[in-house]
Ligand binder design. Structure first.
Ligand code: C2E
Ligand code: CA
Ligand code: CA
Length: 284
């Protein structure tokens, strides 16, 4: 896509997309590795520009952070996601939500009150919401202790994202009131063929459990990775093996198919062509 589109052009396009409601959210299921049950869905923002095509959030979220638009993006995304939860509930699916929050949005001490008001306003119980946070170079999460504690008091869960890479540290796990650790997908991809990564994944899972936290494996793409994560004791899995990020109307039909498919994922056919077909089925 459009690497040539410069910062100013991108910023201008993004601002217009935000104002004109041309962003949208997709939702990726997170499933129990015990029985395959849908635990929650992670909301991920998408921007499909009519001129420049699809632009990755890894490009425009940092742009929004740099140019003072991140709070508007966060509030738009959260409102959209909470409204979506209501329409799923009306259709008979009562799930939980995971929502990515930029550490910049957490710098306002009144942000937890705003999130709580948004939940109340739309009648979404706060315990259905988990916020996913990533440690950044310039935004140490430890400085946000007060804000994070306020979220927990309100019943909102907190996950540390991309754990094991970048800036995340063991100190944060001890000091901050997290409820979930998401193990970075680099380790999940590596662990089936690299003993060191396997040792690291096992250590993170045990550490999470020792601290009373849920251990989630991100980026599960193959039957072998699923089997290993179950063996190592991870609680929750997320990745293309189960589902790509889905359009809202696809979630309920996915859930019905997934219940049947789970049994085959955990007891896969021995024959390799059948296994590959099964792995590809979630992408169809
Ligand atoms: P993340 O929070 O770590 O989200 C997971 C990313 O991994 C998503 O990319 C998802 O599509 C992708 N993914 C999921 N399963 C697999 C898999 O099995 N294999 C591989 N290779 N990738 C997988 P996406 O949607 O491009 O998002 C990238 C990042 O942008 C996110 O990483 C998150 O940090 C940020 N982001 C996305 N939506 C939002 C948002 O609404 N607000 C904020 N602040 N950040 C967002
Ligand atoms: Ca995330
Ligand atoms: Ca992640």
């Amino acid at each position: 896509m459009n690497a040539a589109l410069g910062e100013i052009g991108l910023l201008d396009g993004f601002e217009r997309a935000l104002i004109n409601n041309r962003l949208h959210m997709v939702y990726q299921p997170k499933v129990s590795l015990d029985d395959g049950a849908l635990m929650r869905v992670e909301a991920l923002v998408r921007w499909d520009d009519p001129q420049h095509g699809s632009i990755a959030p890894s490009r425009f979220v940092p742009l929004a952070e740099r140019h003072g638009l991140i709070d508007s993006l966060t509030q738009w995304g959260l409102r959209t996601t909470l409204r979506q939860w209501l329409s799923w509930r009306t259709a008979g699916l009562d799930t939980c939500l995971a929502f990515n929050i930029s550490a910049l949005s957490l710098q306002h001490l009144d942000f937890p009150d705003l999130v709580e008001r948004m939940c109340r306003g739309l009648d979404v119980p706060t315990d259905r919401l988990v916020l996913e946070l990533t440690e950044g170079a310039t935004q140490p999460l430890v400085k946000l202790m007060d804000t994070l504690t306020r979220f927990r008091i309100k019943g909102i869960g907190l996950a540390i994202d991309d754990f094991g890479t970048g800036y995340s540290s063991l100190m944060q796990l001890r000091q901050l009131p997290f409820t979930e650790v998401k193990i970075d997908r680099f380790f999940i991809a590596d662990a089936t063929h690299n003993r060191d990564s396997r040792v690291i994944v096992k250590a993170i899972i045990d550490l999470a459990h020792g601290l009373g936290l849920t251990a989630t494996a991100e980026g599960v793409e193959t039957i072998e990775q699923l089997a290993l994560m179950r063996e190592l004791g991870a609680d929750v899995g997320q990745g293309y093996l189960f589902a790509q990020p889905l359009e809202p109307s696809d979630l309920i039909p996915w859930a019905a198919r997934h219940t049947r498919r789970w049994k085959m994922l955990v007891n896969p056919p021995a024959e390799s062509t059948m296994r590959r077909r099964l792995e590809g089925a979630a992408l169809a």
